[in-house]
Design a binder for this molecule. Structure first.
Ligand code: SAH
Ligand code: SF4
Length: 409
């Protein structure tokens, strides 16, 4: 499954960011290598480094410790030393919203860097379903690309997220929904068994172009998929890209995750307009990179995302061309109802048009490709939560304009 978020407001909310960067770095979200370095700085001897790293790693990623006091097998002296130098902080929650359907959305504030005027903010969304729970995470604050239907595309890139800030979104979500082993079930207060994990899937479909933050996203996904820690299967991690062709094969080789492509158009002239990176890497090259994506097979299909824009890309001819283009590529198709934002020049296709389009795609063998909205009551798409927070600060009315959506398949 994949999930889409869109971003309808500036990535830096008004009034945010009076706080300076924290004096102490957090260990939460660090890779093994970085943890070892941090422990060495705290005075752990070379001889003990491996053992101490493993201890810390388990507390962080198996138990979900949020305080050094919990780390009972770590000596008091070392705990005090660690406490003096580091924190176990997750990204700071600005707002959290919970839908009646269980969808949750967080607006998170990251530490401000020296040169940043304000603390950057990102969004993360959790969508529970009967057979899985998907967490949609951000990889950048803003985006360098300028897709014409995406509000993030109208914002400048504020910065790349660090690996620990990407992992931090998973830790925070697990904290908030009680998804650590031994955590209490919210409904009956019983203990949550290991086998009942709530976050089973992670999608890199929040803010930003993950392949333009390649190294940090890769490091983060290594932490997330480590079998002795967070243990998310790489087959349940999906990276969505607008089509950074030269990085696609490298990502597949180095990461082994699933891939989603923001296709959105079947002709180069239109895709040049909707997803301008197409001018650099046109559809033919993009699809070639998909055909040869490492590990691609019928069991490991590539998801093609297609946003439904009224009168722009939604004709039956477009649907037929989509099916023709994808022939021979092990593919899933997700039709995404367009989420409008103030000032956007597009409208969402009519429901009948979407159904007609879906019908053609269905008949070609792709099951239930339309994403259905979730979390409407909390307006659970990234941009919406943010618009609320800006509205409150700016004391002005914002128009609710977006929905969180999920695929039908
Ligand atoms: N930058 C990456 C991942 C983040 S965007 C990418 O472009 O793939 C995640 C998905 O949301 C993409 O498919 C993107 O095209 C889609 N999207 C962005 N704005 C949208 C909007 N207003 N309505 C519907 N989908 C949108
Ligand atoms: Fe939006 Fe993704 Fe395009 Fe960036 S690459 S502008 S996040 S759709």
């Amino acid at each position: 499954m994949t999930l889409v978020l869109d971003h309808t407001l500036p990535q830096v909310a008004e009034g945010a960011g009076s706080s300076a960067a924290p004096a102490k770095p957090t260990l939460a979200g660090m890779s093994r290598a970085r943890l070892s370095e941090a422990l060495a700085v705290a005075g752990v001897s070379e001889k003990q480094l491996r053992m101490r790293t493993t201890q810390l790693w388990r507390w962080l990623y198996i138990t979900g410790a949020t305080s050094f006091d919990e780390m009972t097998d770590v000596s008091k002296a070392l705990r005090t030393e660690l406490e003096a130098r580091y924190t176990l902080d997750r990204p700071e929650i600005v707002t959290e919203q919970v839908s009646v359907d269980g969808t949750r959305k967080w607006l998170l504030r990251l530490p401000r860097r020296g040169h940043e005027a304000r603390a950057p903010e990102i969004e993360t969304v959790y969508i529970p379903e009967a057979d899985r729970g998907t967490l949609c995470i951000s990889s950048q604050v803003g985006c360098t690309l300028t897709c014409s239907f995406c509000h993030t595309g109208t914002q400048r890139l504020v910065r790349n997220l660090e690996a620990s800030e990407i992992v931090g979104q998973i830790l925070l979500a697990r904290d908030r929904i009680g998804d650590w082993p031994g955590a209490k079930r919210p409904d009956d207060g019983g203990l949550l068994p290991d086998t009942e994990r709530k976050i089973t899937n992670v999608v890199l479909m929040g803010m930003g172009e993950p392949l333009y933050n390649f190294d940090n996203v890769r490091e983060a996904m290594e932490v997330a998929s480590d079998g002795e820690g967070l243990s998310l299967s790489k087959r349940r991690i999906t990276l969505s890209t607008s089509g950074v062709v030269p990085e696609i094969a490298r990502w597949g080789e180095l990461s082994g995750t699933m891939l989603a492509i923001s296709l959105h158009a079947v002709r180069d002239d239109l895709r040049d307009e909707l997803v301008p990176i197409n001018k650099k890497y046109p559809i033919k090259e993009l699809l070639e990179a998909c055909r040869t994506y490492p590990g691609v097979s019928n069991a490991k299909r590539i998801t093609f995302e297609y946003v439904m824009l009224k009168g722009v890309n939604d004709s039956p001819a477009d649907a037929k061309e989509l099916v023709r283009l994808l022939a021979g590529i092990p593919a899933k198709i997700n039709l995404i109802p367009f989420n409008p934002w103030p000032g956007s020049r597009y409208e969402c296709s009519d429901w009948e048009t979407i159904e007609r389009f879906a019908d053609i795609v269905n008949k070609a063998g792709y099951a239930s490709p339309v994403r259905t909205p979730r979390g409407r009551d909390i307006l659970a798409a990234c941009g919406q939560l943010k618009s609320e927070s800006v509205r409150l600060r700016a004391r002005e009315r914002a128009q609710p304009t977006v929905d969180a959506t999920e695929p039908g398949a």
